[in-house]
Structure formats: structure tokens, C-alpha cells
Design a binder for this molecule. Structure first.
Ligand code: NAP
Length: 312
């Protein structure tokens, strides 16, 4: 049974209010003296509510000796040390599946926006360049391109199922081949050499840190595009900026960055990249469903020591 809950962030006001109505809820982001709070209340906290963006540091976890459960808003858990949780018997849940469609839609949106130069086209019409200068430069067709997906999981497969009817050929890289008809590559450089568009949908964390490096980008080539809805950490960001500045690749569509929300300003100066502020799941419908699942996981733990969507 849950005693006090520590919320690292507000998941959604109405759902944080639900938690406050049922539990003794402490908002860590609103606490002025964290040290005093942890000294006085740390041992009463049995549950933490957090998000993929904030995770839970091992240092803070160590200050919560009776912590039983962490329920996180989002699907990435690269900012929660699952091994440390397992070692202490702390259970962890995320909010998978319900955000898959919106994230896959965003990936497809960024792909079209990058190849068809949507942002430049909007500016061309809006700013009067169209009437002053005539038609803007031609763009690239999506149909007939090869889409190389890095991480063919729930989101990667949802992207593939949307891309196929648009006439893209699918290949993928991952730890293991899947029971699908798409071409499997066990080498990332080979996938990049084959692909016109590299779509990143794998987890972040140590295993994927910087795997999209200068070698992969140069294998993708001057007509190639990178679309990233995974994590900024998956990309060697200086190498990507260099590749975009020097036309090593043609362009990119990016929802995620290494240092969020303080994105490297070099991206803002580039006209061959479409930027989105880590908002792939940022719809009212999906964020409400995610917040409800956080609440449901916490209540399931409180009522029957179970989690609905555990990852540890
Ligand atoms: P998932 O179902 O667990 O899929 C992850 C896929 O990545 C699996 O196919 C997995 O392969 C593969 N993978 C794991 N480790 C890998 C590695 N070291 N190298 C290459 N591939 C690897 O997760 P999901 O629900 O699709 O979510 C994927 C990721 O998307 C999340 O972890 C998160 O970082 C990101 N995401 C971003 C947003 C956003 O707002 N931009 C929202 C949600 C999620 P195996 O099956 O072989 O293990």
C-alpha cells in the first residue's frame, strides 16, 4: 500500500489533482529546500511519479529508502537506472502503446516536411517571396525511396506500416531480426548506405549513444535524410550539424536533441532541417491517456501490488 508519493513533475494538472486527492502527494519541482524535505520526508515516500524527460537520478533514489514503485509518463526509460531499481526490488512502469500512433505520425510528418521543404514553402508563401520571385525550388519525392528504420519496435513498426502505402521500401537495423518481410541489416553503416532516409526509433541510453556518427552519415550520403523521433543521444550531434552544414547529407527532421530544451543553436541557422520541440506525443488526447495510465499504474500498485505496464 502506498503512503506518500513524490511527483518529480506535473504529469497533467487534472491527473496530478487526482493523485493529490487520493495520496499524500509532494511536488518535488515546487519544494524550495529539497535537502530539508528529503531529511524529513524521504523515508515516507513509497512511490515516485516522474516522466521520460525527468527520469529519476540514482542520487535521489538513494534518498528514498522505502521506495517501492516508480510510475513514469512516457515510454523512454533511459533516465531511470533499471538495474539499480532491480537491485533494490523497486518496480517501474511506463506508458507504452498509447503514444505509438502520435509518435509514428510525427515521424511521417517530419519525413514529408523535410523532403518537401514544408517550412521553407510556408515562408515562401507567407513572406511574399512567391509573388516577388516566382515558384520556389523543387523538392524531393517520398515515393520510391528506401526507408532505413533503426529500431523496429512498436513505434518503428507503426512508422513502417504508414510508410509502405506511401510507396517506400523498408529496411531496418536492430539487435535481432524480426518476423517481418522487411530487409534486415546487422550493420548500421550498411543500412545507411542502402537507405535514402534513416529513421531513428530505437531507445536512448548507453547502448545507442552516438550510434549515428560521421561514418553512418557519410554512408547515407548527399541525397540522404535523417529523421529522429528517438532520443538526441542516439546521434553524434556535432557530426550531424557538420553533415548538414557541409551537405554530407541533404537534410533532417528532428524532434529530439542532445541538450533539451537548450537545443544547439547551430540547428536554428540551417535551412535543410525541420525542427520540432520534442512534441511527438504532444496531443491532448495522447497526453491525457498517458497521464491516466500513470494514475492507473499507481492505483494498481496501491490496491494489489501490481503494475499494468511494467518495464522492471
Ligand atoms: P520498443 O517497442 O521497445 O522498440 C524499441 C526498438 O529498438 C526495438 O525494436 C529494439 O529491438 C530496438 N533496440 C533496442 N536496443 C537497440 C540497440 N542497442 N540498437 C538498435 N536497436 C535497438 O519501444 P517503442 O515504444 O517503439 O519506443 C522506442 C523509443 O522511441 C523509446 O525508447 C523512446 O526513446 C522513443 N520515443 C520518443 C518519443 C518522442 O516524443 N519523440 C515518444 C515515445 C518514444 P529489439 O526488439 O531487438 O530489442
Amino acid at each position: 500500500m502506498i503512503r506518500s508519493v513524490l511527483a518529480i513533475t506535473d504529469i497533467r494538472p487534472a491527473y496530478t489533482a487526482l493523485l493529490a486527492g487520493r495520496y499524500d502527494l509532494h511536488r518535488f519541482d515546487l519544494i524550495k529546500d529539497a535537502e530539508a524535505f528529503l531529511n524529513e520526508t524521504g523515508d515516507k515516500i513509497t512511490a515516485v511519479v516522474t516522466s521520460a524527460r525527468f527520469g529519476l537520478s540514482v542520487e535521489l533514489m538513494d534518498r528514498l529508502p522505502n521506495l517501492e514503485v516508480i510510475t513514469s509518463f512516457g515510454v523512454g526509460h533511459d533516465l531511470i537506472d533499471l538495474e539499480a531499481c532491480r537491485a533494490r526490488g523497486i518496480r517501474v512502469s511506463t506508458t507504452p502503446d498509447i503514444l505509438t500512433d502520435d509518435v509514428a505520425d510525427t515521424a511521417i510528418m517530419l519525413m514529408h516536411a523535410a523532403l518537401r521543404n514544408l517550412v521553407k514553402g510556408d515562408d515562401w508563401a507567407r513572406s511574399g517571396k512567391w509573388s516577388a520571385n516566382g515558384p520556389m525550388a523543387l523538392t524531393r519525392s517520398v515515393r520510391g525511396k528506401k526507408l532505413g528504420i533503426v529500431g523496429l519496435g512498436r513505434i518503428g513498426q507503426a512508422i513502417a506500416s504508414r510508410a509502405e502505402p506511401s510507396g517506400l521500401e523498408i529496411g531496418y537495423f536492430g539487435r535481432n531480426p524480426k518476423p517481418v518481410d522487411y530487409q534486415f541489416f546487422d550493420d548500421l553503416v550498411e543500412l545507411a548506405r542502402w537507405a535514402d532516409i534513416l529513421m531513428l526509433s530505437c531507445p536512448g541510453g548507453a547502448a545507442t549513444q552516438g550510434i549515428i556518427n560521421a561514418d553512418v552519415l557519410s554512408a547515407l550520403g548527399a541525397d540522404g535524410f535523417v529523421i529522429n523521433i528517438a532520443r538526441g543521444s542516439v546521434v553524434d550531434e556535432p557530426a550531424l550539424i557538420d553533415a548538414l552544414q557541409n551537405n554530407v547529407i541533404a537534410g533532417a527532421g528532428l524532434d529530439v536533441f542532445y541538450n533539451e530544451p537548450h537545443m544547439d543553436r547551430a540547428f536554428a541557422a540551417l535551412d535543410n532541417v525541420v525542427l520540432y520541440p520534442h512534441h511527438a506525443s504532444g496531443t491532448v488526447e495522447t497526453r491525457d491517456a498517458m497521464a491516466q495510465l500513470v494514475v492507473d499504474n499507481l492505483n494498481a500498485w496501491d490496491e494489489r501490488a501490481e503494475l499494468i505496464t511494467p518495464v522492471a
